[in-house]
Design a binder for this molecule. Structure first.
Ligand SMILES: Cc1cc2nc3c(=O)[nH]c(=O)nc-3n(C[C@H](O)[C@H](O)[C@H](O)COP(=O)(O)OP(=O)(O)OC[C@H]3O[C@@H](n4cnc5c(N)ncnc54)[C@H](O)[C@@H]3O)c2cc1C
Length: 357
């Protein structure tokens, strides 16, 4: 999302508020503008099931902080500053050191993950090598209500494992960012492209976060959904949202192609419901049901500002492999060495690919 206009306007420092961003439909609900408030209380679900900030709140530097603000640095500008000497550049996916297709061989990462398990493996490897003290990622949330998932700081491999899998559900960063600022340490954060961009924008303004944010792990993203997506699943499976205790958007079945998604609901009475996505009216991902409107204005599919990013390999023969396969784009030279080393040790099965792949 770079343009000469954006670059020129970045110096204006305009009066842009959360209220105006919400009204314009450009608020993704990432919560970085509410990080100062500390506990996520300033983020609430609106009537469409999208997370939005407390509109009365005003944040210093908001115009340069919000990832969808026309006055913030673009993905291209952030990536240029972070990965200026990267080996490769492609206008579609930005700067990178290497790109791969494959999956994790060791442990249960592949079986546990939505794709090939590389996102959780990388997070666990950062912890194992003590390159970070904790990883911020998304886990199921205990308790009642429509917010079925939330960001959590995990400090052990076991806690990380509980977060494996993709959650197409509103989550926000304000609580974990506040925690990272309260407790000294080095942190990695897993997030969709606009969340990773928001963290880098916040780091530009916040010295403490800048020192502590050691690695950003991006997830490829087609768009973000509202809570209504699960609600709609529930209705179509003969129940309603109040009965839902948890959701697995993509139940893994090694006997079926990876792209034959099955939605699986766990109900509060202990029973379960499942249905293949193609039998659900909103099961066509590309149709964009319950999409956050801000996603209409984003062209960063592969988290161009992250140190490493992970997606699904929707290319044959990989789409037919029910165990799941990742596409991985590595931008940080340190992570590139770590990944290449693990391939040599036989812990990862990865084949290098080009940007066309
Ligand atoms: C909203 C969304 C849209 C996506 N759209 C696409 C797409 O169009 N095309 C594509 O190729 N890939 C897409 N992905 C990425 C894909 O679904 C997988 O997450 C990715 O391939 C990594 O798989 P894995 O097996 O390596 O990860 P896993 O080992 O399963 O680990 C996933 C990690 O991501 C964290 N996580 C899960 N959900 C979220 C979330 N909402 N926000 C932040 N962290 C989260 C988990 O806590 C865990 O740490 C999307 C992901 C999300 C969350």
């Amino acid at each position: 999302m770079s343009s000469p206009e954006r670059t020129a306007s970045a110096s204006v420092s305009p009066m842009l508020s959360p209220r105006r961003m919400v009204k314009s439909g450009l608020c993704i609900g990432c919560g970085t503008c509410m990080a100062e408030s500390g506990d996520g209380a300033a983020m609430h679900l609106d009537r469409y099931g999208q997370l939005k900030p407390d509109r009365s709140h005003s944040t210093a530097g908001f115009a340069e902080l919000c990832p969808f603000s026309p006055h913030a640095r673009s993905e291209d500008q952030i990536a240029l500053a972070r990965f200026g000497s990267a080996r490769f550049y492609d206008s579609r996916i930005g700067r990178f050191e290497a790109a791969y297709v494959g999956h994790v061989l060791e442990g249960s990462f592949r079986v546990d993950g939505s794709s090939g398990g590389m996102a959780s493996w990388t997070a666990a490897e950062l912890l194992r090598r003590k390159l970070v003290d904790a990883v911020a990622h998304v886990v199921p949330r205990e308790g009642d209500g429509e917010r079925l998932f939330h960001y959590q700081l995990s400090r052990t491999a076991e806690d990380l494992r509980k977060g494996a899998k993709s959650r197409y559900h509103p989550v926000e960063l304000s609580g974990v960012v506040a925690e990272m600022k309260r407790h000294p340490g080095r942190y990695a954060v897993v997030g969709i492209p606009c969340f990773i961009k928001a963290l880098h924008l916040l780091s530009l303004q916040d010295r403490v976060l800048r020192e502590r944010l050691a690695f950003t792990l991006g997830l490829f993203c087609g768009h973000m959904k509202s809570t209504r997506f699960v609600e709609s699943f529930a209705w179509q499976m003969g129940t309603d949202m109040n009965a839902v205790a948890g959701v697995d958007y993509r139940l893994k079945d090694p006997r079926r192609p990876a792209n034959w998604y099955t939605a699986h609901l766990r109900l509060k009475d202990g029973s379960t419901r499942s249905k293949d996505w193609w039998h659900l009216v909103d099961g066509d991902w590309g149709a964009g049901f319950f999409q956050n409107s801000a996603c209409n204005f984003c062209d960063d599919v592969v988290a161009e500002t992250a140190d490493i990013s992970f997606g699904d390999a929707w290319v044959e023969p990989y789409s037919s492999d029910g165990l799941g396969t990742n596409v991985v784009i590595v931008r940080s030279p340190l992570l590139q060495a770590l990944v290449a080393g693990a391939v040599k040790e036989g812990r990862l099965e990865l084949r290098e690919v080009d940007s066309d792949f």
